[in-house]
Design a binder for this molecule. Structure first.
Ligand code: FAD
Length: 367
């Protein structure tokens, strides 16, 4: 880790997975890069996230947001490989598949409609009748009424922070921890003021997730709190990530189980709400009876960055000249590498090679 603040081509504020992805992609483009992080690398939502590399299991159309998620998902294996080769350890990427499960007649109807809409949009999806669903996934409750199979996967977000940290260091990024940024400017006078001093850069990238407004108050991103629970259940072995309307269960290769998540608008309140945990435990056991005999091993809360219209903000904010990479809400891990690649192309004056107009920061607020 470099302690001296030195001037660079790109100063990235925020060392969550989005800021780190931008840093790695910018290094690949030959730029000098600094990441300024007030806490730890991936110390917030990027390490709380369930780690689903997804976008399809809850998609009912082929909207620009859904397509961005799927493009992020499909490009994610390359990111996992890059993190592993630079970070020197596996990040636990598993390609899936994910099974969406219906337990009532109404849920079956909604699932059939989802499958039809996805086929219409050209997505890879399969519908299973109950017997076939239980044959393929024996941990399911007997009352399953149908299932769908999607190519959504997972990564071990709960263990990846040190690997991501080593990867950005190995790529030659200046990583400054404890470097809370208190002011930024973009354009010709691009600069970052931190509690440890200042540095100037050709470009400033804001990747502070739900805290974007602290530095650019007009950026309409707010925290969306999520609780998740973790379990151990030695006799439970899933073959899929299992998605239910009330939550998703994923199992890491060493057996750890993760179920989540709630979605709440309560500001930056980190307290664990008893009712949230009760509803998660009830929902988890409804679809997968074997979980009720498991041991609850953890409760995590974190803050997703949610924008005014639910779409991420990727591109230059014309009011400040700062490049934004935030607002990824429920799918920020999934979209991180794609976002990094798009931002790196913009920083080097190239075509973004992706239709980013729907995600332009200038579409929102009074920017
Ligand atoms: C419960 C839960 C489950 C989730 N599950 C999934 C999932 O399964 N799949 C998925 O794709 N996504 C999931 N997400 C969403 C995902 O976690 C986020 O979208 C993603 O982590 C956002 O990454 P980020 O880098 O933008 O933000 P963050 O991870 O929040 O990082 C922002 C960083 O900026 C730093 N920072 C803020 N202000 C300053 C400042 N002034 N100076 C310096 N540093 C600063 C913070 O300390 C932080 O480290 C989940 C989120 C939650 C909460």
């Amino acid at each position: 880790m470099s302690n001296e603040l030195r001037n660079v081509d790109v100063a990235i504020v925020g060392g969550g997975i989005v800021g780190c992805a931008v840093a790695l992609a910018a290094r690949q483009a030959g730029l000098t890069v600094a990441v300024l992080e007030r806490g730890r690398i991936c110390g917030e939502a990027s390490s709380v996230a369930a780690g689903l590399i997804c976008g399809q299991y809850d998609a009912d159309d082929g909207s620009p947001l859904v397509r961005l998620r799927l493009a992020g998902r499909d490009g994610f294996p390359e990111f996992a490989e890059l993190l592993e080769s630079l970070g020197g350890a596996p990040v636990g990427y598993l390609p899936g598949p994910t099974m969406g499960v219906a337990l009532t007649d109404d849920e079956r109807e909604r699932l059939l409609a989802r499958v039809a809409a996805q086929r219409e949009a050209g997505f890879d999806v399969e519908f299973l009748e109950p017997d076939e669903a239980r044959r393929r996934e024996p941990v399911l409750a007997p009352d399953v009424t149908g299932a769908a199979i999607y190519p959504d996967g997972q990564v071990d977000t709960h263990r990846w922070a040190p690997i991501v940290h080593r990867a950005v260091l190995a790529a030659g990024v200046d990583v400054h921890l404890g470097a809370e940024v208190v002011a930024i400017s973009g354009g010709a006078d691009a600069a970052v003021q931190t509690v440890r001093g200042a540095l100037s850069a050709d470009h400033v990238v804001l990747a502070t997730g739900p805290w974007a407004r602290e530095l650019l108050p007009w950026v309409p991103v707010v925290p969306s709190k999520g609780h998740i629970v973790t379990f151990e259940a030695p006799n439970l072995r899933t073959r899929h990530v299992i998605h239910r309307p009330a939550g998703t269960l994923s199992q890491r290769s060493d057996g750890r189980l993760i179920f989540g998540a709630t979605k709440e608008r309560v500001g930056f309140d980190r307290r664990v709400r008893a009712g949230a945990i009760e509803s998660l435990l009830r929902a988890a056991a409804a679809g997968i009876p074997g979980l009720a005999d498991g041991t609850l091993t953890g409760i995590l809360t974190g803050f997703r960055p949610d924008s005014e219209d639910g779409l991420p903000l990727i591109g230059r904010d014309s009011r400040s000249g700062v490049m934004l990479a935030t607002g990824h809400h429920t799918h920020g891990v999934t979209m991180s590498w794609l976002t990094g690649q798009i931002v790196a192309r913009l920083l080097t004056g190239q075509d973004p090679d992706y239709p980013i107009e729907p995600f332009s920061p200038d579409r929102l607020g009074d920017a």
